[in-house]
Design a protein around this ligand. Structure first.
Ligand code: PMP
Length: 465
């Protein structure tokens, strides 16, 4: 093992590990980025951005490192800021897993939760809040991973050359996800150039991400893909992403990605995170068409240990409408024969689009008393994500409102979520624990909204059990 004289020197040099149980023809190696000191591929970008800022004077001793992040970049920045004697402030959303937020705090970062569901340009967005903080704080520097050239440059310098050297130049395909695009742009650019264009670069992308042509709606998998707030007027792609390096995109849905990491853990003994599942599923699809002469490298950004409360938690899986491998969290013993949410009480989703139309234009929406989901308007290629549900109302409320009232004005928020395969009694207990005064819940199948259920209806079903 090499010996390092500082933490920063230990970044990179992550292993390539061959998968032995895929049954596919090409050699498939995973590059496990969680062996970086702070636990993810983002260590490389975080250190690179910090070093560049210190070198060009935009950050100085005693300064404050600031970033908006879905977790891993913040963790890398917090770790290397601590190492360099700098303070760090990380703005993040509550959808980021609790494990990641706890790690940030453990490194001494000041973690600020910003939970407004608004477009990036809105004054309450993560980005706007962080920019205001930087403007008001002397010595503060915003890392800006989405547009910082030091992010992709880290991968041109390190990740790409490592893969080339460790495969003796035999790599034929690189498969990686795209968040800021730093990883795939830098690594892909290096490998394409050094191989004279022979290495194919595959962009593994959550199916709803706009990079690969999805509708831009949210998804369960953190870190990878690009979503667009329905009210955003424009949403430019990050400058860190160079789409010209991509030879082919492979869209992967949440269920397939989650299944891929469950299988990887149980068949290969490798515990990887959700975006790794997107990359793996894409790689397996690509590998179907390849031969023994091909060598596929799949970049796995972080470890499954960051997701023990989500993709690896049976309760989370059933509550979000993923099958959870047939188990039902802590309710399984007690509720074995109880009715499941989806079997009994779920009405098909009745919807009105928020604010795109006035109530006068909402024609008969069915029974007056049944709930109607009010959605943020956006082009939709899949069932809506819970983040697209602006609230609920009733057909009666829509019919009786003044004609020039906007639909959104009649919507009450829906914070509760239940899984279509969850036992009614389990769901009632679980939701009451987190959202005591709930009245309606969205019903999720594979993370997408398929219905709305009233608390009274769900409680009735639970009692019948
Ligand atoms: N997966 C995870 C878990 C991440 O945190 C990130 C970074 N947002 C990515 C994938 C994508 O990496 P990049 O930003 O370099 O495209």
């Amino acid at each position: 093992m090499p010996r390092f004289e500082s933490l920063a020197d230990a970044v990179g040099g992550t292993p390539l590990i061959r998968l032995t149980r895929t049954g596919l023809r090409p050699r498939i190696y995973v590059k496990t980025e969680w062996t970086n000191p702070a636990g993810s591929v983002k260590d490389r970008a975080a250190l690179s951005m910090l070093q560049q800022a210190l070198a060009d004077g935009s950050l100085a001793a005693g300064g404050t490192v600031v970033e908006t992040t879905s977790g891993n970049t913040g963790i890398g920045l917090a770790a290397y800021a601590a190492h360099l004697g700098l303070r760090s402030v990380v703005f993040t959303g509550s959808s980021v897993s609790k494990e990641k937020r706890d790690v940030l705090a453990a490194y001494g970062a000041d973690v600020r939760l910003v939970d407004a569901f608004v477009p990036k340009s809105h004054p309450d967005s993560l980005r706007s809040v962080a920019e205001r903080f930087v403007a008001d704080t002397p010595g503060a520097w915003l890392a800006g991973q989405y547009d910082n050239p030091a992010n992709p440059a880290a991968h041109v310098r390190s990740t790409g050359p490592e893969i080339w050297a460790d495969t003796d130049g035999q790599v034929t395909h690189l498969v990686a996800t795209i968040g800021t695009g730093g990883t795939i742009s830098g690594t892909g650019r290096f490998l394409a150039d050094v191989s004279g264009g022979r290495v194919q670069v595959v962009g593994a992308d959550p199916a709803t991400s706009i990079y690969s042509g999805g509708d831009g709606s949210q998804k369960a998998i953190e870190g990878a893909g690009h979503f667009v707030h329905p009210d955003a007027e424009t949403d430019p792609w990050p400058e860190s992403f160079d789409p010209s390096v991509i030879d082919r995109y492979e869209p992967v849905d949440d269920t397939t990605a989650i299944r891929a990491i469950h299988d990887l853990a149980r068949t290969e003994g490798i515990l990887a995170g959700g975006s790794s599942g997107v990359a793996l599923a894409a790689a397996y699809r690509v590998a179907e068409g390849l031969t023994e002469d091909d060598l596929v490298v799949v970049l796995l950004p972080d470890s499954g240990r960051n997701y023990l409360s989500t993709y690896f938690d049976p309760t989370w899986l059933t509550a979000n409408g993923f099958d959870g491998d047939g188990s039902d969290g802590d309710g399984s013993a007690r509720d074995g024969d109880a009715p499941r949410v989806g079997d009994l009480v779920t009405a098909p989703l009745r919807t009105a689009e928020r604010d795109a139309i006035t109530v006068a234009a909402v024609a008969a929406l069915g029974p007056a008393d049944g709930p109607v989901a009010v959605l943020h308007p956006r082009p939709r290629t899949a069932a809506p994500h819970p983040a697209d549900v602006a609230g609920w109302t009733t057909a009666e409320a829509l019919r009786t409102a003044a004609p020039d009232t906007l639909v959104g004005a009649l919507a009450e928020p829906v914070t509760a979520r239940v899984g279509a395969g969850e036992h009614a009694a389990t769901a009632v207990r679980r939701v009451a624990g987190s959202t005591p005064d709930w009245r309606h819940a969205v019903v999720l199948d594979a993370g997408r909204v398929t219905g709305l259920v009233a608390r009274t209806a769900l409680e009735q079903s639970a009692e019948q059990a």
